[in-house]
Design a protein around this ligand. Structure first.
Ligand SMILES: Nc1nc2c(ncn2[C@@H]2O[C@H](COP(=O)(O)OP(=O)(O)OP(=O)(O)O)[C@@H](O)[C@H]2O)c(=O)[nH]1
Ligand SMILES: [Mg+2]
Length: 267
């Protein structure tokens, strides 16, 4: 049996465990980007009608992961993308990146995850990759209060290269497995306070056990997707995205055809 390879089939289908049909919930209602139970209605309708514009075709959201050295940025990304965990520390030199493909409400959507170096000597290389981020993830170690204290500085550096009003911000505490419930709840108070001040959504995870890792990235993908689709809908304004689909598919035919004629007349 011969197998035909077309341009369309070069890209493998989205993995079944990367399919998001429902909005994943926030970790703490006290520090969330929003606390709605479901995707925005306009977004849901646009997805159903395949009116998502460039989202789903070419759109890739850039995500940068920043924070002090050895807080666990690389382990967090590796746990999600490769389902692995390395207990030995290997400093990231400059940057690394991973692509993750999702399907959100039936629409393909990709995140480009940039893992940056926390070590001071590699910071200047890493910061040249900050530009164009839609999502900034600031990572700290829940067992190291100093790493939480440095979060503001990481944010400031990341926002120098980006439009602060367009960035979605997450504050993520790692290595939850190493802290006792009492220690954890103490640092959580400080983290929630900071998250509110900088308007970030707060999460706590463990890359060793995998606790909350998948939930966290699904939340990131979903919120980035929602924002992108809303921006597309806003951009299109009264001229609806996907008019072409409508012209071919339903009773708007007559109206669309007459509009087309009119515009041709103007040439
Ligand atoms: N117990 C435990 N250890 C962790 C966890 N995450 C990371 N580590 C350990 O912490 C160390 C640093 O992890 P990395 O992910 O390399 O840290 P990083 O933030 O990428 O460091 P830089 O690349 O230098 O900025 C490694 O020894 C990891 O095994 C976790 O969730 N639990
Ligand atoms: Mg690293």
């Amino acid at each position: 049996m011969s197998v035909r390879i077309s341009a369309m089939s070069v890209l493998p289908p989205v993995r079944r465990d990367r399919v998001i049909a429902q909005l994943p919930q926030c970790f703490r209602k006290e520090a969330a980007i929003h606390t709605k139970n479901d995707f925005n209605n306009k977004v849901k309708t646009a997805c159903q009608e395949q009116r998502t514009g460039t989202v789903g075709r070419f759109k890739i959201s850039k995500v940068i992961v920043v924070g002090d050295l050895a807080v666990g940025k690389t382990c967090l990304i590796n746990r999600f993308c490769k389902d692995t965990f390395d207990k030995n520390y290997k400093a990231t030199i400059g940057v690394d990146f991973e692509m993750e493909r999702f399907e959100v409400l039936g629409v393909p959507f990709s995140l480009q995850l940039w893992d940056t170096a926390g070590q001071e000597r590699f910071k200047c290389i890493a910061s040249t990759y900050y530009r164009g981020a839609q999502v900034v993830i600031i990572v700290f170690d829940v067992n190291d209060i100093a790493s939480l204290g440095h979060a503001r500085q990481w944010l400031e550096d990341a926002l120098k290269e980006n439009d602060p009003t367009a960035v979605q911000l997450f504050l993520v505490g790692t290595k939850k497995d190493l802290s006792s419930p009492a220690q954890y709840s103490q640092i959580e108070q400080d983290a929630l306070k900071l998250a509110n001040e900088i308007q970030a959504e707060y999460w706590a995870v463990s890359s060793l056990t995998g606790e909350n890792v998948r939930e966290f990235f699904f939340r990131v993908a979903s919120l980035a997707f929602e924002t992108n689709v809303l921006a597309e809908l806003e951009k299109s304004g009264s001229r609806q995205i996907g008019d072409v689909v409508r012209i071919n598919s339903n009773s708007n035919n007559l109206y669309a055809a007459s509009k087309k004629k009119q515009s041709n007349c103007c040439h």
